[in-house]
Design a binder for this molecule. Sequence first.
Ligand code: SF4
Ligand code: SF4
Length: 112
Amino acid sequence: MNWDIKDIKDWDWRKHPRGGLIRDAGNAKKFKTGGWRSARPLWDEEKCVQCLICHIFCPDCSIKTKDEKMTGIDYDFCKGCGICAYECPHDAITMIDEAEARKKEEAEEGRA
Ligand code: SF4
Ligand code: SF4
């Protein structure tokens, strides 16, 4: 589920149900919390030595792995905290501006 913020300019607390309610166990995976991100981690596979320190430190389990190796970053859930980039001992992850990254992607896809 993505956050719908179309009415943000007319926002009024009376129009929305109270937040912070957990109605069903395990429902966090339905919310793509990556939508909050203002910075995006970029992984450089060439520099990566597969130590998986980033995987241990990521608070959102957003470092993807397969067969005990890092395979990428799950942008659906990564909140862009930058901990992985800070902890990586080989500078294999760098943080970039999310808005700029999205603009570039849209231009490449011809949506801008
Ligand atoms: S911490 Fe850095 S070197 Fe280690 S697996 Fe993650 S990206 Fe690769
Ligand atoms: S920026 Fe934060 S949430 Fe995203 S992959 Fe790195 S440690 Fe995880």
